[in-house]
Design a protein around this ligand. Structure first.
Ligand code: MN
Length: 234
């Protein structure tokens, strides 16, 4: 007999490539402006300021290959192609030299963004939640274990819309590297297995429309796809 007033939501989880098991998701962190050319295209000086973060709720996750409605409440939905870190061990006040020991694996991610709402929030000094943490905003590919692919520090990261290349960067251009991000974030949170970190997007972000097909890939990590349907009726 359940002791809940209504049935609990299913545990958010991501498939693992070549494995019948899933990776249960606990929290989702995202790094802002972590490639210099993207910081510049958003109107910022990419000098090495400390990393900053925002969060998405696991309820925002959607698996690669899905068709989702064009997001509610925006007229400027943007794609952001990102490498995702999946933690497999607790990390709290861990140094960068030990941080990779806590990383279980990686995935391709899309940090879908309501850019018009983000710009309004920026101008008003308000939080980014409305712009970043919404239904279907955290797209993710199957995870691949670091025990299989290692820890990617370089390699192409690309995104196309309807087959046309929009974003093309290299993981070596991350301002804050994977071990540096894990180390920095672990100074502020008791990171745990199940915590995902979207590491930021290279330049070339842009708008998508109903009917668009987004495809992305990261060398050595995998591929991701998302199809946008019409906006959902209320
Ligand atoms: Mn992003």
């Amino acid at each position: 007999m359940s002791n809940h007033v209504f049935p609990p939501a299913p545990q958010a989880a991501v498939p693992v490539r070549g494995d019948s098991r899933h990776y249960a998701v606990r929290r989702i962190f995202c790094v802002g402006r972590n490639y210099a050319a993207h910081a510049r295209e958003m109107g910022f000086d990419p000098d090495r300021e400390p990393p900053f973060y925002f969060n998405k709720t696991p309820a925002a996750l959607v698996m690669s290959g899905a068709t989702v409605p064009y997001a509610a409440g925006t007229r400027n939905l943007h794609h952001e192609m990102e490498l995702v870190i999946a933690l497999g061990k607790p990390a709290f006040h861990v140094g960068a030299e030990h941080a990779l020991d806590c990383v279980w694996g990686y995935a391709c991610g899309l940090d879908m963004t309501r850019r018009d709402l983000q710009q309004e929030a920026r101008e008003a000094g308000r939080p980014w939640d409305f712009a970043k943490d919404f239904d279907d905003s955290a797209v993710i590919s199957p995870l691949v274990p670091a025990s299989e692919i290692g820890h990617p520090a370089s390699g192409a990261i690309q995104l196309s819309v309807n087959g046309q290349l929009r974003q093309s960067g290299d993981l070596k251009d991350l301002i804050w590297s994977v071990p540096e991000i894990v180390a920095n974030l672990s100074a502020y949170y008791r990171l745990q297995p199940g915590d995902l970190i979207y590491t930021g997007t290279p330049e070339g972000v842009g708008a998508v429309r109903p009917g668009d097909v987004i495809t992305g890939r990261i060398d050595g990590v995998g591929e991701i796809a998302l199809t946008l349907g019409p906006p959902e009726a209320g």
